[in-house]
Design a protein around this ligand. Structure first.
Ligand SMILES: Nc1ncnc2c1ncn2[C@@H]1O[C@H](COP(=O)(O)OP(=O)(O)O)[C@@H](O)[C@H]1O
Ligand SMILES: [Mg+2]
Length: 254
């Protein structure tokens, strides 16, 4: 186990986000810690994906701040967030349809050589990339029709597995998974849960968005609940408070 007083790897402080008339995030504050799975819960439209995208550098907050390891972080782009050690599996699966799984894995951070040349002049190490991507996907036990086929030809579950696998390769600090099992069957879902456990055991902070309360109870060390953009609760989920959690999510006060 980690030291109980470990500094949070991520702190969101008083986050505000508006899209025109929609007030998507209202004064949201929470922490995420290494070695912990934090479930981010809420009904559709609660602001979960918006919060994830603000941390991932897709959207900028209107007010509030994001700290990484206690320091104000400038996450002005997805690349900046990735460089800061944050990996994201988006709900709307940001894969490139015309690329193979390996090409999707390494898009923007290809393994190239020789190291002493500037990036633009290097050769791509396609074999190393194919091999590493294949190893990880193999660990997921997801059957892909053809490893060198464009991902457009794959099912929702296969695509989701590739996106999760990609995040596990690159995470160094924090991984956020926005409904990663939504398109998956039972068997594939459990592989993804295993991968999440593995990421946690490796000392990453994990933020998991899911509507599956079984997964929350099985996996989450803590849950933060959003309702209409506001944080309405935080607790440690277990079998006994599952109903309380559901009430918080839907707004029927227990
Ligand atoms: N890019 C956007 N432009 C305008 N409105 C948005 C955008 N993204 C999200 N919203 C709105 O913000 C609110 C929160 O959405 P979202 O974060 O996707 O919720 P959740 O992921 O919890 O279902 C919703 O009302 C949604 O319609
Ligand atoms: Mg969402």
């Amino acid at each position: 186990m980690n030291a109980p007083v470990a500094a949070p790897v991520l702190s969101v402080r008083n986050a505000e986000k508006r899209f025109g008339a929609v007030h998507a995030l209202k004064d949201v504050s929470f922490d995420a810690r290494r070695g912990e799975v934090l479930a981010l819960l809420g009904d559709n439209g609660a602001g979960k994906s918006t919060l994830v995208k603000c941390i991932a550098g897709v959207h900028a907050l209107d007010a509030g701040e994001i700290l990484l390891d206690g320091e104000a972080a400038a996450l002005h782009s997805p690349a900046a967030a990735r460089n800061a050690g944050i990996e994201t599996v988006y709900q709307d699966l940001a894969l490139f349809d015309n690329l193979t799984p390996a090409q999707n894995f390494y898009c923007g951070r290809e393994i190239s050589f020789p190291q002493w040349l500037p990036r633009g002049l290097r050769f791509m190490n396609s074999r190393a990339m194919d091999q590493e991507a294949a190893d990880v996907i193999d660990r997921l036990k997801v059957r892909l029709p053809k490893f060198d086929a464009p991902v457009a030809l794959m099912s929702g579950g296969q695509r989701q597995a590739i996106a999760v696998a990609r995040a596990t390769v690159f995470t160094r600090k924090l991984v956020m998974l926005d409904e990663p099992t939504a398109a998956l069957g039972l068997r594939e879902s459990h592989k993804v849960l295993d991968l999440i456990k593995q990421l946690r055991a490796e000392g990453n902070a994990v933020i998991l968005i899911t509507h599956n309360m079984e997964h929350v109870v099985e996996l989450a060390d803590r849950a933060v609940v959003l309702r209409q953009g506001r944080k309405v609760g935080e607790l440690k989920p277990d079998r006994s408070n599952r109903q309380e959690l559901v009430s918080m999510i839907v707004g029927a006060e227990a």
